[in-house]
Design a binder for this molecule. Structure first.
Ligand SMILES: [Zn+2]
Length: 59
């Protein structure tokens, strides 16, 4: 299974796609980072793959 993550463009913190998908919009968990991360920031191919296989990404 492919691991889909998003890397914060401001601080490089890596966030799992399933966490982003749960919240849709979230503040970056990076210490002191104010960047807002969105599920929509993921490349379209990654989003489509995630949504097709989302059951397998639930922990
Ligand atoms: Zn960040």
């Amino acid at each position: 299974m492919r691991i889909i993550t998003h890397t914060c463009p401001a601080c490089g913190t890596v966030v799992a796609a399933n966490e982003l998908e749960n919240k849709r919009v979230m503040k970056c968990p990076g210490l002191g980072c104010q960047e807002v991360l969105r599920f929509e920031d993921l490349p379209e191919g990654a989003r489509a793959h995630f949504l097709e296989n989302r059951n397998r990404y639930q922990i």
